[in-house]
Design a protein around this ligand. Structure first.
Ligand code: ADP
Ligand code: MG
Length: 344
């Protein structure tokens, strides 16, 4: 007797959601990245929580939006406007490409999605409401251009995942970290982050690194940094790192590393930065590093993990060497931190 069967759509979507949506911060990441990919100038993120946990996540952008039919299609698994052929995976330039986030999020929460295409002649926007993967409504409504999405009751139908959520302050700190990271690597976009209606921080889309660092961490933090920029081997590097002799007693690593605009976690890159400091770094001290690393997208494989935080580099050794050299050079021609609007 045959015991093998193809899983139903609902089960498939829960498995996919398990990979992409670990916690509230993963939802925030996917939604904010969609807004970035949609060419938004202003992105507003709202988080609400009570004693029971995070109750509501909203992300509103003024990006390109979608037409009526696409608004629904976007919630299908593997629905994306960002790639269309296998070759496209060899040179990803958008933050998203898997076409899985909206479907996954909608499978395990209650979603209200409103979108209006930029420059569209129609006066109407589309609103899609989905609860636990089930379409509740798809209707025309009045709304401004851009996209707004509200997530409620996250994990309401996945008790196992819900049980693994940490305390509200812990989940919030992950959300803040995520938004900060995306804001730091997208400095031409203005981000506003609100918690229970109160502003946590706002960036102004000036394009300046010092402006964003100051908005997120305060201006005293930014005074401890020195700029780093230039072309080194296969990479272009741009950013700010802890200056030597800094008063800053950092016992915690603050690495904000973006490769082609994507925040990544990379032990190798962290190691390369520390090596660049060499003996300038007293024992027990960690540098802070805010780095944009730009290289040929064909040399970066982002299709490694569903959350896209890990990457593979085809010329890894060379890239690490370049980062180490860049750090060394920046530290040995120290300049004082001052907000320079023309410094990207
Ligand atoms: P991916 O980002 O990997 O393409 P998603 O499931 O996150 O997959 O989104 C599916 C599609 O929906 C995107 O490719 C994009 O075309 C559209 N989309 C999602 N969010 C937005 C948004 N905020 N503005 C405009 N289009 C969006
Ligand atoms: Mg996406």
């Amino acid at each position: 007797m045959s015991r093998v069967k193809i899983l139903d759509e609902e089960t498939i979507s829960h498995i996919a959601a398990g990979e992409v949506v670990e916690r509230a911060a993963s939802v925030v990441k996917e939604l904010v990245e969609n807004a970035v990919d949609a060419d938004a100038q202003i992105i507003r993120i709202g988080i609400s929580a009570d004693k029971t946990g995070i109750t509501r996540i909203s992300v509103t952008d003024d990006g390109v939006g979608m037409d009526f039919d696409d608004a629904l299609l976007a919630f299908r698994q593997h629905a994306t406007s960002k790639i269309s052929r296998p070759e496209d995976l060899d040179g990803i330039t958008t933050l998203g490409f898997r076409g899985e986030a909206l479907a996954s999020i909608a499978a395990i929460s209650k979603v209200t999605f409103t979108t209006k295409e930029r420059g569209s002649a129609s006066p109407e926007a589309a609103r899609v409401v989905i609860h636990g993967g089930e379409l509740i409504s798809h209707a025309a409504v009045g709304a401004p251009e851009g996209t707004s999405i509200i997530i409620e009751a996250l994990f309401y139908n996945t008790p196992a995942r819900r049980k693994f959520q940490k305390s509200v302050p812990t989940e919030l700190s992950h959300v803040y970290d995520m938004v900060e990271r995306i804001a730091l690597s997208n400095r031409h976009i203005s981000f506003v982050l609100l918690y229970n209606g109160k502003e946590r921080f706002q960036t102004f889309g000036t394009g300046s690194y010092p402006d964003v660092i100051a908005a997120v961490f305060g201006s005293s933090f930014s005074k401890e940094l020195t700029p780093i920029s230039g072309s080194f081997g296969p990479v272009k590097i741009d950013g700010w790192i802890t200056r030597p002799g800094s008063e800053m007693k950092t016992t915690q690593t603050r690495f904000y590393l973006a490769v082609n605009g994507r925040q990544v976690t990379s032990r190798q890159l962290q190691w390369a930065i520390r090596e660049g400091y060499g003996t300038l770094l007293p024992k027990g001290m960690f540098p802070a590093a805010f780095l944009d690393i730009t290289l040929d997208p064909r040399e970066v494989d982002v299709n490694v993990h569903p959350t896209k935080r890990e990457i593979r580099l085809s010329r890894e050794r060379e890239v690490m060497r370049s980062v180490q050299d860049a750090v060394y050079q920046a530290l040995h021609e120290e300049r004082v931190f001052s907000p320079a609007p023309d410094h990207k």
